[in-house]
Design a protein around this ligand. Structure first.
Ligand code: XMP
Length: 599
């Protein structure tokens, strides 16, 4: 069966994935293309959405774009940057908005009969985030909706089925944003057939075609994605043609691997080998502190261990493909950010993996799917609910949650930062810029900077959110803000030497497990999308300081810190204290500017 498809052009930032994911939720398959894609690539598309992006259309650094795309005879929707780009291409003009509009604005519908605005109330909240806006419309365009500060908020060039909107329908703050995307799908005349039931025959056919008469060797990390991939491959190819290898890298969560292995074996999948390679990984990480270096070493070690195991099994590399559970967001480089900094090296995109791909030796059966789709597919395949809905766990595991330090690094202190003391005084809060760093994302680039710890007790989450946004925006040295749930002493945390050792992972595993049980026993596990727990190289009264980072997200491109009842947290802190923690800190940074993982 042919799936109808809408193509999303990626002009950078986090927008394209959000749009593509939302349209899929409405039942239409989407693919993300760079804006330079040749016209031939669009032959199956029933519609094209031009995403938002951080650049300005006239700027020298504006993403390259193939102008011929506009002549493809299918409906087009430009969002924010995309809307401005189409308008300028057709002879309109864009200028910096008099008032920069960030946040929720009331959209007033001008033409309630327009198909793009069908069933959208006369006035409804939509999310705005732009400086520039369209000032002069190209010929033939007409305005169909506006906001107070943006008279040209939605436009239509009906005879060419070109539409433009200045707001972001893809974010949840836009109450009728989904409705608008749904209307666009109707304009494109798409059948809404995309779901995991209809995906099964497509992927079955694709796997059989790509594998041919070879066999498949899959690294089963124990995470949701690789578990689903393993069950899928077993079903499609049969267990004789699939071999799973679970490499315990010593950085798994408590009993995590065990649970998966037990499930797979109970389902009759005996074609899973388990190897404990803790020593190999730890020796590669000895003395290493830089996060990217750790990630690269972990990624490369997975492949080395895999090679050793394949040799032991005497598998002929010409008969076996390598498979991994990579999902869609990991495969796409953001179009408008091709020159932007690398934020994090994903373990399934290291050089060695890319080499396998070039040689046609790599199979990635989930590479078209978003996380929520992988989970739906998992349920479709009959994997138990509690396994499918486990929190995402990164390939490098606790390796990116155990911060390493020589203890001799130098860092900025509060007194080095101009204006910080005044800011703290004005807001009546106390705290420290901590002598550690974590990764973040701002604009479209990677940051690696210090967290600010607020030690003032009794702050509401709303207050924490405001302070977090302001501190990160005002002070370059700070890219993350954490709030103190509890501490055994009022002393300033001290930096110590800390590396990726078995003992340190055991400590982290213990506190991580306390946090997981806390979520489960309070009915929060499925209400929170993911909750990394980070062991910092900081000590209070010689005891370790730990950060919890509960977040809510749909596809990890953006995330909000989750707001757990603070009464419950004091119970958690008592447990932490009893188990030897020095401090428990709570990350109150959204993504962006913080990433979900600290490294
Ligand atoms: P960040 O930290 O970039 O994480 O906000 C977004 C999501 O990706 C997960 N993550 C990874 N997953 N291999 C993975 O399979 C990796 O190397 C990796 N790094 C981060 C992270 O847990 C979050 O869900």
């Amino acid at each position: 069966m042919q799936q109808d498809k809408i193509i999303v052009l990626d002009f950078g930032g986090q927008y394209a994935h959000l749009i593509a994911n939302r349209v899929r939720r409405l039942g239409v398959f989407t693919e993300i293309f760079p804006p330079t894609a040749p016209v031939e690539d669009f032959k199956d598309a029933k519609g094209i959405i031009y995403s938002g992006g951080p650049a300005s259309v006239y700027a020298a650094d504006a993403p390259d774009y193939n102008p011929e795309i506009l002549s493809i005879p299918v409906p087009k929707l430009g969002i924010c940057y995309g809307h401005q780009l189409i308008a300028t291409q057709l002879g309109g003009a864009v200028r910096p908005g008099k008032v920069k509009e960030y946040g929720i604005a009331d959209l007033t519908v001008g033409d309630a009969n327009h198909p793009l605005l069908k069933d959208i109330p006369a006035s409804s909240p939509m999310w705005m985030s732009h400086g520039d806006m369209v000032e002069r419309l190209p010929e033939g365009y007409r305005v169909i909706a506006s906001t107070k500060d943006c008279p040209i908020a939605a436009v239509a060039l009906d005879e060419k089925q070109i539409y433009g909107i200045q707001f972001h329908p893809e974010v949840t703050h836009s109450q009728y944003g989904m409705k608008l995307l749904d209307n666009f799908i109707s304009i494109c005349g798409c059948n809404r057939t995309w779901n995991m039931k209809s995906f099964m025959p497509l992927i079955t056919e694709r796997i059989r075609r790509e594998v041919g008469n070879r066999k498949v060797f899959l690294l089963v990390s124990g995470g949701v994605d690789s578990t689903v991939a393993f069950v899928l491959l077993n079903k499609v190819l049969g267990s004789e043609r699939v071999m799973g290898l679970h490499i315990d890298n010593g950085m798994m969560r408590l009993d995590e691997s065990q649970k998966i292995i037990e499930f797979l074996k109970a389902e009759g999948m005996m074609n899973l080998r388990v190897v404990d390679a803790t020593d190999a990984f730890l020796s590669k990480l000895a003395g290493i502190t830089a996060p990217e270096e750790k990630r690269k070493r972990i990624g490369a070690t997975f492949l080395e261990v895999k090679d050793v195991e394949m040799k032991k099994l005497n598998l002929d590399p010409s008969e076996w493909m390598i498979a991994q559970g990579t999902i869609y967001p990991d495969t796409i480089e953001s179009g408008g950010t091709k020159n932007a900094d690398l934020i994090k090296t994903h373990h399934n995109r290291v050089k060695e993996v890319m080499d396998l791909m070039k040689q046609g030796l790599l199979l990635e059966p989930l590479a078209d799917l978003y996380k929520d789709e992988v989970r739906m597919l998992g349920e479709e395949l009959g994997i138990p609910h509690n396994l499918v809905w486990r929190h995402p766990f990164p390939g490098p595991g606790l390796g990116v949650r155990l911060l390493c330090a020589t203890g001799k690094e130098s860092f900025a202190k509060e007194s080095d930062i101009e204006g910080l003391a005044e800011y703290l005084k004005e807001n009546r809060i106390e705290g420290y810029v901590l002598p550690i760093k974590s990764v973040g994302v701002q604009g479209d680039g990677r940051t690696y900077a210090q967290p600010f710890l607020i030690t003032t007790p009794g702050l509401s989450w709303k207050e924490c959110e405001r302070l977090s946004t302001e501190l990160v925006n005002r002070f370059k040295v700070i890219n993350r803000v954490i709030w103190q749930v509890g501490s055994v002493a009022a002393d300033k945390p001290q930096l110590v030497e800390q590396y990726a050792t078995r003992n340190n992972f055991d400590t982290l595993r213990k506190f991580d497990n306390i946090c997981t049980e806390f979520l489960q026993s309070n009915g929060l596990y499925e209400k929170i999308w993911q909750m990394p727990v980070v062991l910092t190289p900081l000590r209070v009264a010689q005891k370790p300081c730990i950060v919890m980072r509960p977040v809510n997200s749909t596809e990890a491109m953006t995330a909000n810190f989750a707001q757990i009842d603070q009464q419950l947290l004091s119970g958690l802190w008592q447990q932490f204290k009893a188990d030897g923690a020095g401090s428990l800190w709570y990350d109150v940074t959204h993504k962006p500017p913080g990433t979900i993982e600290w490294e």
